[in-house]
Ligand binder design. Structure first.
Ligand SMILES: *Cc1c(COP(=O)(O)O)cnc(C)c1O
Length: 222
């Protein structure tokens, strides 16, 4: 890619509805690249490794209005750091992790915003709830009052064609609506975190409220 980070951001931003939050996925990107994106107006950054994020966050402390989003698979032993470093966690992918995060949030006196990661289609390569598992766990999740459950995150299995990907995103939106209509006291479904560099246009078409874009902004990762 020959265009600069800021040019790419301007182009993509202008193609997105204003209601869609653009999360710049900066994993493997340098603090300097994050500064360029920041200068182009990005305030939401996504990282998938706690350790890698920590060093960049330390380097970027002079940019206090960044909102950091954790988007990777979170191991239980890193849950505390995740809550300390990230106000948003998109990848809460099982009940045990949710319970742990809720306990830690209470101890730390914070209330992180989270998305529940769901596998709309079976996918052995990813973590996340299956749809029936998620529906069964909702009464328990509703008791985790230190978490602000904001919606669903999904990643389609690889190898699907565009209509199939669109279908996954549409099903995710319908699932969120179905959950919302059950009127939980502590589960909100106002956000759909879906869409990456290769499929974000389909995700937006299906109603994504947050897209997570890495490669298309920062270039290929090694
Ligand atoms: C890496 C990653 C992204 C960004 O992927 P790109 O294809 O580079 O846009 C989005 N979401 C998650 C969960 C990721 O791990």
């Amino acid at each position: 890619m020959n265009s600069s980070i800021s040019e790419r951001i301007v182009t993509i931003r202008s193609s997105l509805p204003t209601s869609v939050r653009l999360i710049a996925v900066s994993k493997q990107a340098s603090a300097q690249a994050i500064r360029s994106a920041y200068a182009a107006g990005i305030r939401d950054f996504g990282e998938s490794r706690i350790q890698e994020a920590a060093s960049k966050q330390a380097e970027l402390q002079d940019l206090p209005d960044i909102t950091w989003h954790f988007i990777g698979h979170l191991q239980s032993n890193k849950a505390k750091k995740a809550i300390e470093q990230f106000p948003w966690i998109h990848s809460v992918d099982n009940l045990k992790l949710a319970q742990r995060l809720d306990q830690l949030a209470q101890q730390l006196g914070v209330s992180p915003q989270v998305c529940l990661q769901v596998k709309i289609l079976p996918d052995p390569t990813k973590s996340g709830w299956s749809v029936p598992e998620l529906l069964a766990d909702l009464p328990t999740l509703n008791q985790y009052k230190n978490l602000q459950i904001q919606g669903l995150m999904t990643i389609p299995p690889s190898g699907l064609n565009d209509p199939e990907i669109l279908n996954v995103f549409n099903l995710n939106r319908e699932l969120a609506k179905e959950i919302q209509e059950l009127n939980w006291s502590h589960i909100k479904m106002q956000h759909l975190s879906m869409g990456m560099s290769g499929d974000y246009e389909l995700a937006v078409q299906a109603g994504a409220t947050m897209v997570r874009l890495g490669t298309i902004l920062f270039g290929d990762r090694s």
